[in-house]
Design a protein around this ligand. Structure first.
Ligand SMILES: Nc1ncnc2c1ncn2[C@@H]1O[C@H](COP(=O)(O)OP(=O)(O)OP(=O)(O)O)[C@@H](O)[C@H]1O
Ligand SMILES: [Mg+2]
Length: 267
């Protein structure tokens, strides 16, 4: 296992970028990692060098196929991606119908992956509520709610605190944490929002990622931020978040297995 979900009430906040770079970070530390896309935008694969023209994925045939692992693509020695794939409107609808009506649909489709020894799964979700986010809640070990250090994200904080993404607590295992993205020290408003969210959520803020042009440039060249610009502030921030996740979930990060830090708990 473990299964880590990256979600948000808001679009365009950096969920896919975070999911991809966390997958890179944990894979670089020697773990087998699968990046799993639940978003019909099918963008997660692009972070791993899969060409735009490659529409392979699991969602189109998920309703008929009991095992989605056949659609896993290998992108490196220990890094894999399971793309959503190109789908017609009817296929998307059928997939979401199965997710909504059959409570075992997701666990069946992911069964062999969830049981693969030592495999870390990082799942990326579309913005806001979705059938996939609701269905995955029972299986997930940790949820990372991504927000931006701006007033639009701040106004959605009550959605996160009051469980409005799925109507119930997102996570019943290690909990849910907030990652604040694109914090910009040069802008007063961004500094203020960052401070306010940190004060309000305390240890439930797992990390802050600074606004960094290297991130967009790394994305454009389909590279991990760690390869594109290892000295960037975003690379440092995301590495730190990966280490905190490893700490919470007892994942190996290369310097020995770290154990849960006392006092760390998701809300
Ligand atoms: N820390 C950062 N600094 C600068 N740019 C960033 C940072 N994080 C993400 N971005 C940029 O923000 C944009 C949105 O990122 P991304 O696609 O990951 O967001 P998303 O939440 O997955 O969006 P969607 O809701 O559409 O799925 C991208 O252009 C990305 O390069
Ligand atoms: Mg996305």
């Amino acid at each position: 296992m473990p299964l880590i979900c990256v979600c948000s009430p808001k679009g365009g906040v950096g969920k896919t970028t975070l999911a991809a770079n966390l997958a890179w970070a944990l894979a670089r530390a020697g773990n087998k990692v699968l990046a799993l896309d639940f978003d019909v935008q099918n963008a997660l694969r692009l972070h791993f060098g899969v060409p735009l023209t490659d529409g392979r994925g699991y969602a189109a045939r998920a309703a008929e196929s009991a095992d989605w692992s056949q659609s896993v693509l290998s992108t490196g020695s220990n890094l894999f991606v399971l793309p959503y794939g190109d789908v017609s409107e009817a296929q998307r609808w059928a997939f979401e119908e199965c997710l909504t009506r059959d409570e075992h649909f997701l666990s069946r489709g992911l069964s062999s992956l969830l049981n693969y020894p030592g495999l870390i799964i990082i799942a990326d979700f579309p913005a806001g509520p979705s059938p996939a986010l609701k269905a995955v809640s029972r299986l997930a070990d940790l949820h990372l709610v991504t927000l931006m250090a701006d007033t639009a994200s701040l106004s959605l904080l009550p959605h996160v605190e009051n469980n409005r993404l799925t109507g119930e607590a997102l996570n019943q295992k290690a909990g849910q944490y907030v990652v604040l993205n694109q914090s910009d020290n040069r802008r007063q408003l961004s500094r203020d929002v960052t401070t306010l969210v940190e004060e309000r959520l305390g240890e439930n803020v797992l990390g802050v990622i600074h606004r960094d042009e290297s991130v967009s440039e790394a994305n454009a060249s389909q590279q991990a931020i760690f390869d594109f610009n290892p000295a960037s502030s975003a690379a440092f921030d995301i590495e730190l978040i990966a280490r905190r996740i490893a700490c919470i979930l007892d994942i190996n990060v290369g310097d020995g297995t770290v154990h849960s830090a006392p006092g760390m708990s998701g809300f």
